[in-house]
Design a protein. Structure first.
Ligand SMILES: Cc1cc2nc3c(=O)[nH]c(=O)nc-3n(C[C@H](O)[C@H](O)[C@H](O)COP(=O)(O)OP(=O)(O)OC[C@H]3O[C@@H](n4cnc5c(N)ncnc54)[C@H](O)[C@@H]3O)c2cc1C
Ligand code: FES
Lengths: 542, 390
């Protein structure tokens, strides 16, 4: 049996990785099959060519990007393994284990300030730029063209985003008020709650539940989407773009409830980006698929998800170490994936690290929709009152994305659902103006001391803590300025994984953290151009 | 070195106050300081790079349809080429040319005329056919391409470090740069400017430069001057980074589509979109995504499977005749405009910053500043430029 599978394969399918055959259970993701086969090293990072492995299993990081059947940068934790698939590692000169360009990682041990490199002599500068250009990018252009896919259209009174407890409470409450309701959930209903060992209520019959459907953006549009000859309002009209297995849906809701929950962000310690370091939810997802991420697993951080992951890992036969406090971890190391966790002089041997960073609210869609946001010292959240009202009269928010849990969240969600139904009927709700909170003092926390390896604050773009420090020293002190100087939040996850950590680090480094994160821009997850190419009619010009 | 200051350091007095810390304001301040203009202060409402200067595509080209623009931009290209070493900051200047595609006979004829003018002004621009396009950019679908123009000297830069480079150059010459400092009033004494006011401070100055880009009409309104320029939202987006496969900057004047592969490997580009909300709405739209994706995948079909990572928007600063508004304002002594740069103020800034500084201090380039003065809207003598993108 492959090293990390808990059960024999029942219905195996075979695919290849760089030409080598790998077996997967039918229906599981490519990344799951690779971890099961003992392969945690899936590619190399964009700048320093550091080893990369899957870290979130939620389509939110750069760890599992691979070329699949001629298409680059496929998130393999989200791609089902199919017989005959050809999967390739990317961004490699040589082999993924011995990548020549990993020399950059060694050459710049703390990171680099590429803005000021080699600017003394023209000829040297030109050579440097040529080399930089040559090695840029991850993945190569797809082999073939992909035909455009037409979007579908729909309208509804209330759209609820997020199929956790709050989303279901809100959807049911809105439906009881007589509204037509869609509830979209990127994975399955209650998936995130299950990771905490909690259940969710069943959806009431009039709610249209769409699992496997991701909301990718909220847009207020003029001159768009009215293709059937109906009169086009002069005022902007709100559309929510949804993506499911068949492509895009343009949905026009009258009111919106955002119940997108929270997820583990990132934590700062040396080697925090090594393959084998993953979130508690990732470890649980793997266990659900019958895969044990490691035999000796070190735990970092705290919280219900970590406790649950620890219990289930133990029950499945793994040994666990810790939990360690993140600020006390001096390094995680090992090649090509985790071999030890070091605290002071003590090296704890392990083959995986499950790290639970403080949860960060999934605020992006609410932010796009016009709700206010706030920083609670650890991460960003949606600003909403106990009735779920936000700064936008037709946008409600509830649950963990607003910082509420338990019964308080459930009440807030029901209120939000009722409020949204009333807005859909044309009632104007009482205004809620979130007082502009003076930004909560960031918990300065201890940042790692001088480290033996890079402390990565943004993994998609390989930004290190040292680079952030350099940016602050040069006067790029607020989140937007530091983002532009270092490049954090500009990678695959567009900051979902890193902004809260960067904000905490910035505060600890003496920078300024306002009450708002960087502008939350669409799309929530990268969308192929072919799916966007038929959003406007063929004949329509500029 | 620290390039910016907190509001508590604001002086009471300056020789020049520049309103707007975009590329134009900073370039002007830098050159004024080099020419010895005395104490200069740049006031920026938000962070540096928050305006159009931090949101653009970084295209720098000399392919234009008027002699004046061709010559100016040729000079700008040279400044850009040397920027990294003179200003000690990498702007990733990449000279792989601009490729303008024509998909109709009419467009081809227009390009042909521009190419002739450009060649007469010393540019190596060539008119090429579909096969020539294939050679320069093999991924482009050339089936309906009638002709194209290509100037190998046109280039792309990464915009942010340009702004930081000028900011540091300014700081080295003791220009005070104040982000998060909005000008809320301009003070006057009869028909002359005497200074500006921020929320909690007044600064006396005999010369005030309005380099507030798309917000310049709002700034001019503080002194009851009506400017003819208006903001027009222009959107742009970026794909996931890929290994280099596209060398030139590709543009199509018929649809306004343009794209290039950045130093980081992303395809960055935009397209004309006329239906946008008026005013200062900087949000992103689906209509833009749709128009852009449709034309981009028609032009480069292999991009169909490539994903859009992020989209954003900024403002073009549109004048009715497509030419900028620069120089002194007749109605108010000491008030100077440096705005109306449409969708190409980024490439204009290196050369125009220098020219504006020298014009103000030494009276150089009278003819240019006469042509581009606000008073042309009163005299009714308007100018035109046809190679405008977006
Ligand atoms: C999407 C996009 C793509 C583009 N692509 C290109 C391109 O490829 N090539 C090119 O050459 N050009 C391009 N442009 C145009 C170019 O970016 C602009 O012309 C140029 O940046 C203008 O610079 P600016 O300094 O005049 O304005 P801005 O950069 O907008 O600076 C004006 C500043 O003034 C500040 N301000 C406003 N009001 C006040 C006040 N009251 N007090 C203090 N400060 C104030 C603003 O905050 C702002 O930072 C593009 C523009 C956009 C939006
Ligand atoms: S970690 Fe994904 S963009 Fe920063």
């Amino acid at each position: 049996m492959p090293p990390r599978r808990l059960e024999e394969l029942r219905d195996p399918v075979a695919f290849t990785v760089d030409g080598e055959e790998v077996l997967a259970e039918r229906g599981e993701s490519v990344a799951t099959a690779l971890v099961a086969a003992g392969r945690l090293l899936l590619g190399r990072s964009v700048k320093y060519h550091r080893p990369r492995g899957p870290a979130c299993f939620e389509g939110r990081c750069d760890g599992c990007l691979m070329r699949v059947d001629g298409v680059p940068n496929v998130m393999t934790c989200q791609a089902e393994a199919r017989a005959g698939m050809e999967v390739e590692t990317q961004n490699v000169l040589g082999t993924v284990r011995a990548d020549v360009l990993a020399l950059t990682d060694w050459f710049f041990p703390e990171g680099m300030d590429h803005h000021h490199m080699f600017t003394r002599f023209g000829p040297v500068n030109r050579v440097m730029q040529k080399v930089a250009r040559r090695v840029a990018g991850v993945g190569t252009i797809p082999d073939g063209a992909r035909a455009p896919i037409a979007p579908r259209d729909a309208r509804v009174d209330v759209l609820v985003i997020g199929g956790g407890r709050s989303g279901l409470e809100a959807a049911n409450a809105a439906a009881r008020e007589g509204a037509s309701v869609w509830l979209v959930e990127a994975e399955q209903l209650g998936a995130a709650a299950a990771a905490r060992g909690e259940g969710v209520p069943a959806p009431g019959p009039p709610v249209e539940v769409r699992e496997g459907t991701l909301a990718v953006g909220v847009f207020d549009e003029v001159g768009f989407g009215f293709t059937t000859g109906e009169p086009e309002p002069a005022e902007p009209v709100r559309w929510v773009l949804l993506e499911d297995a068949r492509g895009l849906i343009r949905l026009r809701p009258r009111a919106l409830v955002v119940a997108t929950g929270a997820f583990a962000g990132a934590e700062a310690f040396a080697g925090n980006d090594r393959p084998g370091v993953l979130s508690p939810r990732a470890a649980l997802r793997l266990l659900d698929a019958g895969v044990l991420v490691g035999q000796r697993v070190a735990l970092v951080g705290a919280g219900p998800e970590l406790e649950r992951a620890a219990a289930r890992l133990k029950a499945a036969g793994a040994e666990t170490l810790g939990p360690f406090e993140a600020s006390g971890v001096d390094a995680v190391g090992g090649r090509p994936s985790v071999r030890y966790l070091r605290v002071g002089e003590t090296k704890h041997a392990c083959d995986a690290v499950v790290s639970a960073a403080p949860p960060t609210g999934a605020y992006v869609l609410a932010g796009q929709a016009g709700a206010g946001l706030r920083f609670d010292g650890r991460g960003f959240l949606v600003a909403a009152d106990e009735h779920g009202r936000t700064a936008h009269p037709a946008v409600f928010a509830a649950g963990r994305c607003t910082g509420r849990v338990g019964e308080g969240a459930a009440r807030q969600a029901r209120e939000a659902g009722r409020g949204a139904a009333r807005v859909a009927r044309g009632e104007v709700p009482a205004a809620f103006t979130p007082e502009r909170p003076s930004p909560a003092p960031a918990e300065r926390g201890a940042l790692p001391r001088s480290a033996s390896d890079k402390v990565v604050v943004c993994r998609c773009e390989d930004v290190t803590l040292h680079e952030l420090e350099e940016a602050v020293a040069r006067g790029h002190r607020d989140l937007e300025a530091a983002k532009r100087y270092t490049g954090f939040a500009t990678g695959w996850c567009q900051g979902k994984q890193c902004v809260s950590l960067c904000a905490r680090a910035l505060a600890a480094l003496g920078g300024e953290v306002a009450d708002a994160p960087i502008t939350p821009r669409p799309p929530l997850r990268p969308v192929p151009l072919a799916e966007l190419a038929r959003l406007v009619d063929d004949g329509e010009g500029a | 070195m620290r390039t910016t200051h907190g509001a508590h350091d604001l002086p009471d007095e300056a020789e020049v106050v520049v309103i707007g810390g975009g590329i134009m304001g900073l370039s002007i301040a830098y050159h004024l300081a080099r020419e010895g203009a005395g104490r200069i202060v740049v006031l920026e409402r938000s962070y540096l790079c928050s305006g159009a200067s931090g949101r653009n595509g970084g295209g720098v080209r000399a392919q234009w349809s008027t002699e004046r623009n061709i010559r100016l931009m040729r000079e700008s290209l040279q400044i850009c080429a040397d920027f990294a070493t003179t200003m000690r900051i990498n702007v990733w200047f990449r000279q792989a040319g601009y490729l303008f595609l024509a998909r109709s006979e009419e467009r081809a004829a227009q390009l042909e005329a521009s190419v002739a003018l450009q060649r007469a002004n010393g540019l190596p621009t060539e008119l090429i056919d579909a096969a020539g396009v294939k050679k320069l950019a093999p991924v482009v679908d050339t089936r309906d391409v009638v002709a194209a123009s290509y100037n190998p000297k046109d280039a792309v830069v990464f915009p942010w470090p340009f702004v930081w480079g000028y900011a540091r150059g300014c700081a080295e010459q003791r220009v005070g740069i104040f982000p998060f400092t909005e000008v809320v009033a301009i003070e006057t004494d009869g028909r002359r400017v005497t200074g500006v006011a921020t929320k909690d401070k007044r600064i006396r100055a005999p010369l005030v430069i309005n380099a507030a880009g798309a917000w310049s009409p709002e700034v001019a309104r503080l002194v009851d001057i009506d400017l003819p320029n208006r903001p027009h939202r222009h959107e742009i987006c970026s794909t996931e980074p890929l290994k280099p496969f596209l060398r030139p900057f590709v543009a199509d004047l018929a649809t306004g589509l343009y794209c290039s592969q950045s130093m980081r490997g992303e395809i960055v580009g935009g397209i004309s979109n006329e239906k946008v909300p008026s005013g200062y709405d900087q949000r992103s739209s689906l209509r833009f995504l749709g128009l852009y994706a449709r034309e981009l995948t028609r032009t480069i079909p292999r991009l169909g499977g490539v994903r859009v990572l992020r989209q954003w928007a900024g403002f073009y600063d549109i004048t009715p005749d497509g030419n900028p508004l620069v120089g002194r304002v007749d109605a108010l002594e000491g008030f100077v405009l440096a705005c109306g740069f449409m969708g190409h103020g980024f490439m204009m800034a290196p050369v125009m910053g220098k020219k504006i500084a020298r014009h103000l201090l030494h009276g150089e380039d009278e003819e240019l500043f006469e042509r581009w003065n606000l008073r042309r809207y009163e005299s009714g003598e308007l100018l035109s430029e046809s190679m405008i993108l977006g």
